[in-house]
Design a protein around this ligand. Structure first.
Ligand SMILES: [Fe+2]
Ligand SMILES: [Fe+2]
Length: 264
């Protein structure tokens, strides 16, 4: 599949920021300030993201119920010719995100002392930098509708850098092996979700102003994603380092264009 030149420009703007997100996580995993408590903190935050998505659903619901309701609502359409595979995609999406939640929640519980309360969804909260990103994305969707959603889908999972860095912990033993195993499963699912977003954005037929807007909003989200991860992981990077990353002082991630052919 030939890659649309405008999409390529957006990918080029994104790859240094994907590398920044990877740097946060990689720095954390080898950080001297890393403890079981900071591990529980990032894992609980990750559980929040997997369970509640953007954090703007009904707090008592989460993705499980929101998407489950969509599944119930769409059921009659199956009798009116709705493609059965479209429904299957929805079911798979519910399974995948809930599975990710379970994987990380199990590690959280394993890190607790014997007899300590298990993780439950109502105990999960968004965090300052996570909320800043969610606010930016909410505004993007409210102001720019479908195109805003497309710019958001492009950034879903941040090129899977957290999961990719997590898989590299394999072989260290203990909790790190559990994190690596969970991240491998999530990575395999999320690569597909991310590609869907990248390919969908490339299918848009926009004028120059439209592409400039998408690029600005992709960069805006990815810059905030670095702060979101830095807060999630107890600030392994200094604010100065993040400023330097935003300014381009980093080796970009090599975008794997071959995986797009698989998604096409
Ligand atoms: Fe997920
Ligand atoms: Fe996902």
């Amino acid at each position: 599949m030939p890659v649309n030149q405008k999409l390529k420009e957006i990918i080029d703007a994104a790859t240094p920021l994907f590398a920044g997100e990877a740097e946060v996580v990689r720095t954390y995993f080898d950080w001297s300030n890393r403890t079981a408590a900071t591990d529980r903190k990032w894992i609980a935050h990750q559980c929040f993201k997997e369970f509640y998505g953007s954090g703007y659903g009904e707090p008592e619901h989460g993705i499980l119920v929101e998407w489950g309701q969509q599944m119930i609502d769409k059921r009659p359409e199956l009798d009116k010719g709705m493609d059965r595979h479209e429904m299957l995609q929805l079911v798979e999406g519910i399974y995948a995100e809930y599975h990710h939640y379970c994987l990380f929640a199990d590690i959280y519980d394993n890190l607790g002392a014997p007899g300590e309360a298990k993780l439950i969804p109502s105990a999960l909260k968004n965090w300052t930098e996570g909320k800043t990103l969610d606010d930016y994305r909410l505004d993007l969707r409210m102001t720019h509708g479908e195109l805003g959603q497309a710019a958001m889908d492009f950034t879903e999972g941040g090129y899977c850098t957290l999961y990719h860095e997590g898989t590299k912990l394999a072989g260290r033993g203990g909790i790190d092996d559990q994190i690596a195993a969970a991240c491998q499963i999530v990575y395999d699912d999320e690569v597909g979700h991310m590609l869907k977003g990248v390919v969908a954005l490339g299918d848009y037929d926009l004028d120059d102003a439209g592409w400039a807007l998408v690029k600005e909003k992709v960069v805006g989200q990815l810059q905030r994603r670095i702060h979101m991860r830095n807060g999630q992981f107890s600030y392994p990077l200094s604010q100065e380092r993040i400023k330097a990353i935003h300014a381009g002082d980093i080796e970009p991630i090599a975008f794997d264009y071959s995986i797009m052919n698989k998604a096409a």
